[in-house]
Design a protein. Structure first.
Length: 166
């Protein structure tokens, strides 16, 4: 099928593709505390990730983002799920959530923020991005090769995030 038949016209709903990666080492998970100067989630903890660039597949983008933001190269990465974020306008956001193991190496913090290996038992004491308390336990409970989840994030009339898993 030629590219012109893919149906990618401006009148269709589109998603901006992003990656969100959670590396584990034993029972700990690597989280990024957003730098104080960041426009989004300053001083809040999240996974590592970013935009998928033209010409990249999801795994290539995830590995690039990890190397840029942490200096780490995991032994494996697997898809845990896909989140469609309905922003109330076009385009929305498509987030490919991945998990991997990284048994060696120390993360190198960057201008994005400070990296730390965090025990899941300490998450309640940290300032997390809005969805992380719901998303991260699901991701950490998944096994490599298991079926990925599908989720829809949307905003209600008051602007509050509503999370639905399928």
């Amino acid at each position: 099928m030629p590219a012109s038949d893919q149906g990618s016209t401006h009148d269709r709903y589109t998603l901006i593709p992003r990656t969100l990666i959670f590396l584990t080492r034993g029972e700990s998970v690597l989280l990024l505390k957003g730098a104080p100067h960041k426009r989004l989630w300053a001083n809040r903890y999240n996974g590592v990730g970013g935009h998928i660039e033209r010409g990249e597949d999801v795994l290539t983008a995830a590995r690039r983002e990890l190397l840029e933001e942490t200096g780490l190269e995991p032994t494996n990465l697997w898809l845990c799920g896909v989140i469609a974020v309905d922003t109330g306008q076009n385009p929305g956001i498509g987030i490919f959530v991945l998990r991997g193991e990284c048994p060696t190496g120390e993360p190198i913090s960057s201008s994005e923020g400070e990296l730390s290996w965090i025990s899941p038992t300490d998450l309640d004491d940290l300032p997390l991005v809005e969805d992380l308390a719901v998303l991260l336990p699901r991701v950490l409970a998944m096994q490599a090769g298991g079926p990925p989840f599908a989720a829809l994030y949307r905003y209600d009339e008051a602007g509050k995030l509503v999370i639905g898993f399928h």
